[in-house]
Design a protein around this ligand. Structure first.
Ligand code: UT7
Length: 322
C-alpha cells in the first residue's frame, strides 16, 4: 500500500496587516491585553473583493510549483474552509476551474479550525485506498468576514490566509496516522448561529458572526489537544523524543505552550506563527507548515505532528514523516 507523502507546500497571506495598535482604535482593547492573553501582535486581512478562493489559488499555485506538478496532475482537491465564497458550488470546484484542472474530484470539508487536519486525513485515506495519486489539500479562510468588529472578545483573535500541500502516493513514508474527533454537544461554545436551512432570521438579527465562550473553548482545547497527542504517540508506539517538530493550530500561544509542555518539547521545536498571523482557522497549520519548510526548519526525513481544535467541537492530529 502506498503512503501519502507531502511533495510540496505553499501559502498566501493578504497584503493588509492589521496591528493590535490599530485594533485598539476600533474596539476597547490594548496591544498589551491581546499579546498577554493570546500572543497575537498582528493579523492579515483580505482586501475588499478578495475572497477565500483568491487566497486558496495563490497558496495552491505555490504548492504545485514546489512539488514540480501542474494542475493537470491533480486528481483530488479538498479545501477546508468555514468561509466559502458561495453556498455552492464548493470552493474546491471554483478553485479547480481557476487552476485549469478538469475531472479531479473536488469538495470542501467543514471542521472549522480542525479543517486542515480533517482534509489531510481524507486525502491520506483516498491515497491509501488507491482512489487518488496526487491530491491538492488546502486550508483557506477569510475569517474577517464573519467577525463582529464591535465584539472585542473575538475580533482581535482571527485573521485571513491560506496554505496548501500537494500529497502524492509514494513508497517512501509520509502520513503515518491521523486521528479525528468531534463532540457536537459543545456547538454553542463557538459558533456562527446564522445558517441556510433555518432561514436568514439570524442574519437579519445581526448574528451572522462568530460567537465564542472563550475560556470554555480554551479549557477544552488544552485538554483535547493533550489527549490527541498522547493517542497519536501510542498508536505509533513512539516516545515523545522521536518528534522533530510540533506544528500546532495557531489559536493562542498559551494553548500551544501547554501542548508543548505535555510533549516535553522545547519551544525551539514548535513552529509558531500566531504572533504574526493570528488565528486563521483551517489555514493556520498549512501556513505554519509552509513557513517551516521555506525557512529550512523542517527537513526531509524529519517527523512532525500537527494538531488542531476548533468549533464543533472538532479536534484531531496527524503524524507525518516529511
Ligand atoms: O481556534 C480554536 C478556537 N479558539 C480558541 O482556541 C480560543 C480559545 N480561547 C482563548 O484563546 C482565550 O480564552 C481568550 C484569548 C479568548 C481570552 O482569554 P482569557 O484569559 O480566557 O480571558 P477571559 O475571556 O476570561 O476575559 C478576561 C477579561 C474579561 O473582563 P472581566 O469580565 O474579567 O472584567 C473580558 O471582558 O478580559 C476582557 N476582554 C478584553 N479586554 C481587552 C475580553 N476581550 C478583551 C479584549 N481586550 N480584546
Amino acid at each position: 500500500m502506498s503512503s501519502a507523502r507531502i511533495t510540496g507546500t505553499g501559502s498566501y497571506l493578504p497584503e493588509r496587516i492589521l496591528t493590535n495598535e490599530e485594533l485598539s482604535t476600533i474596539v476597547d482593547t490594548s496591544d498589551e491585553w491581546i499579546r498577554e492573553r493570546s500572543g497575537i501582535a498582528q493579523r492579515h486581512i483580505a482586501a475588499d473583493g478578495e475572497t477565500t478562493l483568491d487566497l486558496a489559488e495563490h497558496a495552491s499555485r505555490r504548492a504545485l510549483e514546489a512539488a514540480g506538478r501542474t494542475a493537470a496532475d491533480i486528481d483530488l482537491i479538498v479545501i477546508a474552509t468555514t468561509t466559502p465564497d458561495q453556498i455552492f458550488p464548493s470552493t474546491a470546484c471554483l478553485l479547480q476551474h481557476r487552476l485549469g484542472n478538469v475531472g479531479a474530484a473536488a469538495f470542501d470539508v467543514q471542521a472549522v479550525c480542525s479543517g486542515f487536519v480533517y482534509a489531510l486525513s481524507v486525502a491520506d485515506n483516498f491515497i491509501k485506498a488507491g482512489s487518488s495519486r496526487c491530491a491538492l489539500v488546502i486550508g483557506a479562510e477569510t475569517f474577517s468576514r464573519i467577525l463582529n468588529w464591535e465584539d472585542r472578545s473575538t475580533c482581535v483573535l482571527f485573521g485571513d490566509g491560506a496554505g496548501a500541500v500537494v500529497m502524492e502516493a509514494s513508497d517512501k513514508p509520509g502520513v503515518m496516522s491521523t486521528h479525528l474527533h468531534a463532540d457536537g454537544a459543545h456547538a454553542s461554545a463557538l459558533h456562527v448561529p446564522a445558517g441556510v436551512s433555518q432561514g436568514y432570521d439570524a442574519v437579519q438579527e445581526g448574528r451572522a458572526f462568530v460567537e465564542m465562550r472563550g475560556s470554555e473553548v480554551f479549557r477544552m482545547a488544552v485538554a483535547k489537544m493533550g489527549e490527541v497527542v498522547e493517542e497519536t504517540l501510542a498508536a505509533n508506539n513512539l516516545d515523545r523524543e522521536a518528534l522533530d517538530w510540533l506544528i500546532p493550530h495557531q489559536a493562542n500561544i498559551r494553548i500551544i505552550k501547554a501542548t508543548a509542555k505535555k510533549l516535553r518539547m522545547g519551544m525551539d521545536k514548535v513552529i509558531v506563527t500566531v504572533d504574526r498571523h493570528g488565528n486563521t482557522s483551517a489555514a493556520s497549520i498549512p501556513l505554519a507548515l509552509d513557513e517551516a519548510v521555506r525557512t529550512g526548519q523542517l527537513q526531509r526525513g524529519q517527523l512532525f505532528l500537527i494538531e488542531a481544535f476548533g468549533g464543533g467541537f472538532t479536534w484531531g492530529s496527524a503524524l507525518i514523516r516529511y
